[in-house]
Design a protein. Sequence first.
Length: 668
Amino acid sequence: MRRYLNFIKIVFVGLFLCPTVLLAQKRDTISPIELQEVLLNHFKSRNESHKSPVPVQSLSGAQLKKLNSLSVADVLRYFSGIQLKDYGGIGGIKTVNVRSMGSQHTGVFYDGIQLGNAQNGQVDLGKFSLENMEKVSLYQGQRTDLQQSAKSYASSNTIYLETKTPKFERGKNYQLTMGVRSGSFGLFNPSLNLNYKINKAVSARLSTEMVRADGRYKFQYSNGVYDTTAVRNNADVTSYRVEASMHGRHKNEDTWNLKYYHYNSERGLPGVIVANRFARPQRLWDRNNFLQADYKHKFGAQYAVKIRGKYAVDFSRYLDPEIVTTTGFLNNEYDQQEYYLSLVHSYKAKSFWTLSFATDLQHNVMQANLYRFAYPKRNTLLNVLASDLKFDRLNIQLSLLSTGVYESVKYYEAAEDLQEYSPTILFNVQPLSTPDLRIRGFYKKMFRMPTFNDLYYTFVGNTFLDPEYSEQINLGFSWQKQVGAMVFNITSDIYKIWITDKIVAIPGTNLFRWTMFNLDEVETNGVETNITNSGKLSSSFNYTAILTYTFQESLDVTPGGSSFMQQIPYVPKHSGGLSMMMDYKEIALNYSFIYTGERYSQKANIPSNYLQPWYTHDISANYAIPFFGENPLKIGLEVNNIFDQQYAVVKNFPMPGRSFRLNLNYEF
């Protein structure tokens, strides 16, 4: 109880001494729009986060096109409270860490259904292109929609990826968009998107894309004796993506969606730069397929049911010519299968009171060509009872998640079955006589299961591992004000997080024999602040400015530990950014600045592990030229890392310097 009281004492001081987070304005980047419509759309989009009990950060529509980004991972850099692990270049693997909790504590949802990876619990966000993306959102804690699945409650933080759906102008039954992007490091990125209206109730969409790049870029290297300029090798990538979906609506009440997703890639793993070695031969192949669907039916005005389902097959192959086994080079292959079914009931008992009960069933199977592999199977049953009380000035949401995990293996001993309960309480309140101010907060208790690699990987796994447990407390405010032709929004949140039984690994007799065990305890104190201002300076000049700042102190508090009360690896105390978007007639300009403060690459905060701060400046310009009738040809030019700063997100994995990209896009 003492730790909660100590946290409450510092809450109000931290909230008002530290500045803040975000804002979004939905509008067309090319065509001029009347001011009234801009402001109405802006307030509609911001009202969700203003009244939300949890911090919400979103970028959608035209904003996504302006941020000089190829993948979802690039966009997430603009959100506060996130550390992105980027191993370099277009083909480098990219994972995200929210509020220093670790990648496995963040659930990633694709059109409302979670992307799974039972093998290592991480999702490579560099795989997911922005070409077919309508909205990217980050929810601290959990989303508040009572028609969400039980899996949506089962993560400490969630990232929601919403893909584009067909939209048609009056009198048109199809829409075809073609684009191509080219630039530095041998990038060639063509895409094609087709929307087709089958009838008034059913439409279809096809989205295809290829990404090819050699990934060769120059970087500076110093070994303490001399400096040199080298070229990044084995960072090439070739990938193909196909998405096909159908969307239906019946009597404006029942809706359904069906999606097939295919991704296939081969890439080099650029590897660490140490001891004057600049080339690595390791290769990685990925093949991901899933079929998912959802159906919503309303029984009158009070009761609704939503059903979701998914079948996924994932294959990965890792080749390392530097390691020779009895059968040749190290060549590991992994196959994962996932079966998923979700049923959600929502009932509106009163005009202000909604109840929800969600049940999810998930089955995971994993196979590999490894010696003495366990061939694990995991069945997960989740049940959530949630209640939402919503008044004009007050919103309270309570939920209780029950999680049962049951495992079996072909060889050895399976991990013990698990039954856990995870409560969450959320609130948002408007103080009297202050209509522009909302106070919000939440408490959430959660855990994460050890992954298949943690439990069963040959010579590494430990079937006696306990889950990681986490607790979060968050308190913040949102202030939103319209002044004439301008809209202001300020949000700030202070939070504290405890993680116990953290799963860690230490090397054993050699680098291929590691020991997994529960040890670390981590405490995080943080403040996130966002300030946004948008408006219209003239009939044809619109602008949006977003300033973000994050302070984060994540300390190892393991009793008797060698790094007691030191900052955990790769978490900067200070980070932030600035984005400015301007539209003038057919011209759109964007500038962004991202800053990440000093960090340490290991648990010991000593000079040899110190990583210098880094920052980048990026700019882009877009112009629409009349071409073949009314539809314009959209041309975009991007310059990233303008000042050619040499930096690394992960130690000894150098990032690209200055780069250029040219975009062409035409819609029929």
